[in-house]
Unconditional design. Structure first.
Length: 732
């Protein structure tokens, strides 16, 4: 087997690489695809896929306020403080500066620029191959865009390290004139996301090894200066404030962390290769599978021609070594194999081979355009509040603590620890966040995951740290048993859409007296009807309304409280007030259907039927479940009121499920009446009969109504018979 000749020579003379004028022309599709990625991500708000962004902001704030790097878990009351090598201090500094200057919009722009950079470089890799015209590179770039888009929804250090890795490979493959930039790029990489320095060393080492081998054959790819530049870049991991202390960090034992951190779990290859294909819609896993196949065909083509490049072989070997360790390394695999998967024998070549006929080219072009359309439309249409969404964050709990409490210790679950430490600041200390196992220990996580369910662990933790407040995720579904046994010690004083807050009665009696919640159970509030909620509150609407008022006075964006307040206002025949609460939900949770449904109910009560139909339509657009069916049912009532029988029947038919035990006799009645009005008496009779079976025995009025309608339809069917679809056919 022959080692491929100089990569630099390849970029200038090989027949397998597009001519220079083609490469310049091919930059336009790359720019357009990157522009699409930038615009779409510019429309997406900062959301809480996790709360890592906020512990990075807090770290950056600490660095600026103390003019030094954190050395331990400064935000936590865990004792002893956990020692810390803050290997992403550069990222923390940068995002804190941007947030301080431009707020969340600045972070949105940063994320969009980084993602667009990844897409642009991938597109340039693909178009530089000269294979598959525009269709092959376009499909290859689409795969990169779809696979990396979910990872770039978060603002975390990997958004830089992925871009730096691709840029480093691009320089070594295609832009050797940029080699003097590599040491600076490597130093920036190691200070922004230092734990990934082994990937940097793998890339540099692969091309350095290739050059050294070529030197033994008298055809070096690098000049002496370039070789020295590469060697200098290899020292970048030492050019951080931690020096040698950084080197062992990537090799921290994660054997236990893999059991509770999803992105560290071992790779499920079957799911990775087979998941993500929904008809002609490509999703992340399917896109990764296409890139992996491209990498395989690329390396096999080089082997078959006996011209395997050592750098490509080493990058592929390193990628294959990383991939089984955890699912997150699927991204490093995609990056390290880009010279193969996006090269002349990778995905573009496969597409070129598959699309030899005009029909195949049209189908593939349609596939690419459709998926680009869906990528843009789905992300923009279903976005949360811009530029920042409070969804899945304890924003209200933090607002309560900041405005009503003097400070103290907050015992929290680690998933939201990043946001707690950022939003609460120096007056409060929290238990821990998700910086595991590089800051906190597996033992800390064991305590955190068990303390709200295990009496012994909770008791030991409370005795040891004496927290002033306990913040419990609503996802637990019930009051934690250890807290349920301590109502004399802890009182529920606040909750938002994510967490419930308990305060020590003996630490701040005035706060407990003023804010203690008696009428509402935050763990079961979501999804309940007003009747269920009022029944649980003993029909005490006055006290219930007062608790809602207190909640909303502290946190006006409270989704659950606004929902319940809107339902109470509708029950009290106060549609204007209900509309105010509904519009708050729409503003802060625009992707949630419940705000639109309540807005439609309020507008309908105000007699603004056309506006109500629009609101119900928005609810249906954002839901395919019970809320959508409730909106369709309400639309059916409006169309019936407007005497539009066809539309009323269409809506009732979509909303009412006769064989669902929760369907009421009223719903069946209205569906039957709509069927009757569109000349489906046989169908109407069946619905009327089923509705009659569900009428409570004590409800004489409804029973009489149903009997009357059944007799009317039976009389009609005595003169005409229904055909197979329920329509009337006159008797002969």
């Amino acid at each position: 087997m022959v080692i491929e000749s100089s990569p630099l020579a390849l970029s200038e003379t090989s027949s397998e690489v597009a001519p220079r004028n083609h490469r310049r022309a091919s930059a336009l599709p790359a720019l357009l695809t990157a522009l699409l990625a930038f615009v779409v991500f510019l429309c997406l708000p900062i959301t809480a896929g996790d709360t890592d962004l906020w512990y990075h902001l807090n770290g950056g704030r600490y660095i600026f306020e103390h003019v030094s790097l954190p050395q331990d878990s400064f935000f936590s009351f865990v004792d002893p403080p956990r020692p810390w090598v803050d290997y992403y201090w550069g990222f923390q500094t940068l995002v804190y500066l941007i947030h301080s200057a431009a707020g969340y919009p600045g972070l949105v722009v940063l994320r969009a620029v980084l993602f667009a950079g990844v897409v642009f470089l991938a597109a340039r890799f693909a178009t530089a191959s000269g294979r598959g015209g525009l269709l092959g590179p376009s499909f290859a770039t689409l795969c990169v865009l779809l696979f990396f888009s979910s990872r770039y929804s978060l603002v975390r250090p990997h958004t830089f390290s992925y871009l730096f890795a691709i840029l480093t490979i691009w320089i070594l493959e295609r832009r050797r004139t940029w080699l003097p930039l590599l040491p600076l790029l490597a130093v920036a990489w190691c200070n922004i996301h230092g734990v990934t320095y082994p990937v940097l060393l793998l890339i540099l080492g692969a091309y350095l090894a290739e050059d050294l081998l070529l030197r033994t054959r008298g055809s070096p790819a690098l000049s002496g200066v370039s070789l020295a530049t590469l060697a200098l870049a290899l020292l970048a991991p030492l050019a951080t404030p931690y020096g040698w202390r950084l080197l062992p960090v990537p090799f921290t034992d994660t054997s236990f962390a893999r059991q509770y951190i999803s992105e560290l779990r071992p790779t499920d290859f079957l799911d990775l290769l087979t998941g993500g294909l929904r008809g002609i819609r490509l999703q992340g896993n399917a896109a990764w599978g296409a890139l992996a196949v491209g990498a395989l065909t690329g390396v096999l083509a080089q082997v078959r021609k006996r011209r395997l490049r050592l750098a490509h072989g080493l990058l592929l070997a390193g990628a294959c070594a990383l991939l089984p360790r955890s699912i997150r390394f699927a991204y490093e695999f995609a990056i390290l194999t880009m010279p193969l998967s996006l090269g002349p024998h990778g995905v573009p070549r496969i597409v070129s081979w598959v699309s030899r006929s005009v029909t195949a080219r049209v189908l593939l072009a349609s596939l690419v355009l459709a998926n680009l359309w869906w990528f843009g439309v789905d992300n923009v249409r279903n976005r949360d509040a811009w530029p920042f969404s409070p969804k899945n964050l304890p924003v209200g709990v933090c607002e309560f603590l900041n405005t009503q409490a003097e400070g103290g210790r907050v015992l929290n679950a680690p998933n939201n620890g990043g946001y707690y430490q950022w939003a609460l600041g120096d007056r409060f200390k929290i238990f821990m966040d998700m910086e595991i196992p590089f800051l906190f220990w597996d033992e800390d996580m064991f305590v955190a995951t068990n303390m709200f369910s295990d009496e012994n662990i909770f008791s030991q933790t409370v005795r040891r740290y004496a927290p002033d407040f306990v913040a419990v995720p609503l996802s637990t579904g019930e009051v934690p048993p250890p807290l349920a046994k301590r109502t004399d010690e802890y009182a529920l004083v606040f909750f938002d859409d994510t967490a419930a807050l308990y305060a020590r009665r003996d630490r701040d009696a005035p706060l407990v007296e003023r804010f203690e919640i008696h009428q509402l159970d935050p763990y079961t509030l979501a999804g309940k009807t007003l009747e269920e909620l009022l029944g649980g509150a003993g029909q005490d609407t006055t006290r219930l309304a007062e608790e809602l008022r207190r909640l909303l006075s502290v946190y006006p964006a409270h989704g659950l409280a606004n929902q319940l307040a809107a339902m109470l206002a509708l029950k009290a025949d106060q549609p204007e007030k209900a509309l105010e609460h509904a519009e708050r939900i729409v503003r802060w949770f625009p992707a949630s259907p419940r705000g639109y449904k309540l807005k439609g109910d309020a507008l309908r009560a105000l007699g603004r039927l056309d506006d109500a139909l629009d609101a119900y339509g928005e609810a249906i657009q954002h839901s395919a479940g019970p809320v959508a069916r409730a909106a369709q049912y309400a639309m059916g009532l409006i169309y019936a009121q407007k005497e539009n029988a066809e539309r009323a029947y269409e809506m009732f038919k979509a909303a009412v499920r006769p064989f669902d035990s929760r369907t009421t006799h009223e719903e069946l009645y209205y569906l039957g009446s709509a069927a009757f009005l569109v000349e489906r008496p046989g169908e109407a009779l069946w619905y009327y009969r089923m509705a009659r079976l569900k009428v409570p025995s004590e409800d004489k009025a409804w029973a009489h109504r149903m009997e009357k309608h059944i007799q009317i339809v039976q009389g009609l069917l005595g003169e005409a018979r229904p055909n197979g679809d329920g329509r009337v056919v006159e008797s002969q």
